[in-house]
Design a protein around this ligand. Sequence first.
Ligand code: SAH
Ligand code: SF4
Length: 357
Amino acid sequence: MVEKTELIGLSKTELEQKLADMGEKPFRAKQLWQWLYFHGETDFDKMSNLSKALRQKLKEHFSITRPKIVTEQLSKDKTRKWLLEFQDGQRVEMVYIPEDGRGAVCLSTQVGCAVGCRFCHTGSQKLTRNLTAGEIVGQFMVARDTYGEWPSPTDETRYLSNIVVMGMGEPLHNPDNVIKALNILTDGDGIAISRRRVTMSTSGIVPKIVPVLQATGVRLAVSLHAPNNQIRSKIMPINDRYPIEEILKACREYQNNDGSRYITFEYLMLDGLNDSLENARELVMLMKKYKLRASFNLIPFNPWPGCLFKPSPSGQVKAFADILEKAGFAAPVRVARGQDILAACGQLKSQKDKIEA
Ligand code: SAH
Ligand code: SF4
């Protein structure tokens, strides 16, 4: 038997080419695209505006696959978490965080991560492999299946309104698949999440920052976590390769290209390590030096078994936030969501691996 080609994850141009190879006109590719990404259809037989003969041909050559749901948990605060499995048995997790009338789906881009940040549970799992574009898009499609958001609702009515690329993995270590996936997710004829509602978070893989943002038009978040190289290198070894100045220069270039875009700096509050008031002042100076329009996201550290750090006391976080805010930078403290279902980066998968080992 001939191996079938997976349709989810092909770019629009690739899909057109596949159909052209079968002797079909370009508008057929457009119809098929709408079935896949506007209606979320997985059954060729239900694609009613395609002829029976074409449907038959499609069935012979192509497949439409969703990642398999291994477990699904709903937290008391309505945060939902899925453990998903791909065809080769590799697993990642996905989280949905609802807010009033909207909500963000957090997507993974790799199985494991090679960056190895000391505070991150995913980072302690090493890199197994990159996800394909189809596997990245497929995660969001599973969330849509769960919430019944097919056909694609309008911006105003959808619950799954935002995407954050902040799950497992470093997106800029898998740039080609991430670009392809984000362009499918934001395509106006299909899933149609607007680009300004998509935020990609990176640990700072400098040479890829501007190119990937230019190719996708999404928003940038940077996991900064420290105000100077000395502290940052202690918790993020990758800082020796791409130090703070290089990252902030790339951020400046990004804002030169598109002045309206704010950058979010994520900052994990680690007790006694990066949370002094002096550290907050250093951060303000950095922002001024590079003339960055930015806001901060202060993240309470989520401890995991065996980790070396402790979360900062809440009074300290508040004092730290005050300094940033007085200097004109928004600095909300991220509320920990889904704690009863371990909805922090990497935890569900690892627990499950332990149970099954
Ligand atoms: N690799 C990318 C995106 C995925 S990590 C990046 O690092 O930006 C998403 C966010 O989760 C990062 O800001 C990361 O620092 C944060 N994070 C990792 N481990 C955490 C923990 N134990 N508690 C709270 N946040 C954590
Ligand atoms: Fe990788 Fe991000 Fe975790 Fe660092 S924080 S190890 S870059 S997933």
